[in-house]
Write a protein that binds this ligand. Structure first.
Ligand SMILES: [Zn+2]
Length: 277
């Protein structure tokens, strides 16, 4: 699932390449993924328009057009953005193909049809957009603001981190990394955290995400459709040694989501999670 660091690096890659370039033609290949909130034919809102800005908010990628319309991509679990020279053949799960006036193509591909592409002139109409909390990497998200926002959430800390109304941009993978960095058991209740632990959690949110952006900038290159996760410390590393202490990384599965953590660095009473403590 693309999260804040992945999408931020994709945004940085695309902006200088597509801004000021017009859309020459459009193919909507999987209409089920397309949500045209403006009505009519999607092509009528896209073709002939220049891209004016590429932005990101939480886990949404935003393409602004000269006519005031935004194309908003919410990749969810499996959405991928592709950009480059036209491919000889379309791939089965390409949802949307934008042929640009400079001969390049911008594609949205989704192996699971779970993501969405919205067309709108009002971002607040996009489901789950307006309810997002501050960006997890925003300078305005100070320790005090973070602490105040935490008070509104009672659940396990990993669940709070992935709640986009708390802060925007963190998903399953980076939540595991943040908990590991902060040396906190992911299933701890928020209310059980000491002031010092909240400070550690806050610091870990900032460090993990900004470091990931720096790493991804150097290793993603042109392959913006490939999710790079090999540099992570514990997420996706079940059974491998914890980089800090060498203990084998543990895995707990809940509702098809895996949580990875180190039992030694992140001690907790309940292994299994979800049952409270
Ligand atoms: Zn460890």
């Amino acid at each position: 699932m693309p999260e804040l660091p992945d999408l931020e690096v994709i945004r940085e890659y695309l902006a200088p390449r597509v801004v000021d370039v017009a859309i020459a033609s459009v193919q909507v290949r999987r209409p089920i993924v397309m949500r045209n909130l403006l009505g009519g034919d999607p092509a009528d809102h896209l073709v002939g328009q220049r891209l004016t800005h590429v932005g990101r908010r939480g886990k949404f990628l935003l393409f602004s057009l000269g006519n005031g319309v935004s194309m908003v991509i919410h990749p969810m679990l499996a959405g991928r953005i592709r950009y480059g020279d036209p491919l000889a053949r379309h791939r089965v799960r390409d949802v949307l193909v934008l042929c640009l006036a400079d001969g390049r193509e911008l594609r949205y591909h989704d192996a699971k049809d779970m993501g969405k592409v919205y067309l709108t002139d009002d971002l607040n109409q996009v489901p789950r957009f307006a309810i997002q909390g501050p960006e997890a990497t925003d300078a305005d998200l100070t320790l005090d603001v973070f602490r105040q926002r935490l008070l509104r959430h009672r659940g396990e800390i990993k669940r709070v981190l992935v709640n986009q109304t708390f802060v925007a941009g963190i998903g399953n993978a980076y939540a595991d990394e943040i908990c590991w960095r902060a040396r906190l058991y992911p299933f701890r209740r928020r209310a059980s955290l000491t002031a010092g632990e909240v400070t550690r959690l806050y610091s870990a949110v900032h460090c993990v995400l900004t470091e990931a952006i720096e790493i991804l900038r150097t290793c993603v290159g042109d392959a913006i459709d490939v999710e790079v996760r090999d540099f992570l410390a514990v997420h996706g590393k079940a059974g491998q040694p914890c980089p800090r202490c060498g203990t084998s990384v543990s895995e707990v599965r809940q509702a098809r989501r895996a949580t990875h953590f180190c039992r030694n660095c992140q001690p907790g009473l309940l292994v299994g999670g979800g049952l409270g403590r």
